[in-house]
Design a protein around this ligand. Structure first.
Ligand code: TRP
Length: 78
């Protein structure tokens, strides 16, 4: 049975905001790459997300800790 909400893989990424107003932006999968979702996190808030058939990339703006299966990285404030 086809599941329309199938993740692209089963991995999750974790984003923890280190400052207020961190934006987690989801970008569309396919030929058209555009923002489709923006989530604002305040300091200490955590978002747990997957890559799905709708989401091929995630952009993080602001200071945050990002955990993936590849390791841990920090985004910085501009
Ligand atoms: N509706 C989106 C999707 O299923 C929700 C989503 C999944 C999302 N992963 C994300 C939004 C990462 C922002 C960032 O693809």
């Amino acid at each position: 049975m086809e599941n329309k909400r199938q993740p692209a893989n089963s991995d999750y990424i974790v984003i923890k905001a280190i400052e207020d107003g961190v934006n987690v932006i989801g970008l569309t999968r396919g030929t058209d790459t555009r923002f489709h979702h923006s989530e604002k996190l305040d300091k200490g808030e955590v978002m747990i997300a997957q890559f799905t058939e709708h989401t091929s990339a995630v952009k993080v703006r602001g200071k945050a800790k990002i955990l993936t299966s590849y390791g841990e990285i920090e985004s910085e404030k501009k």
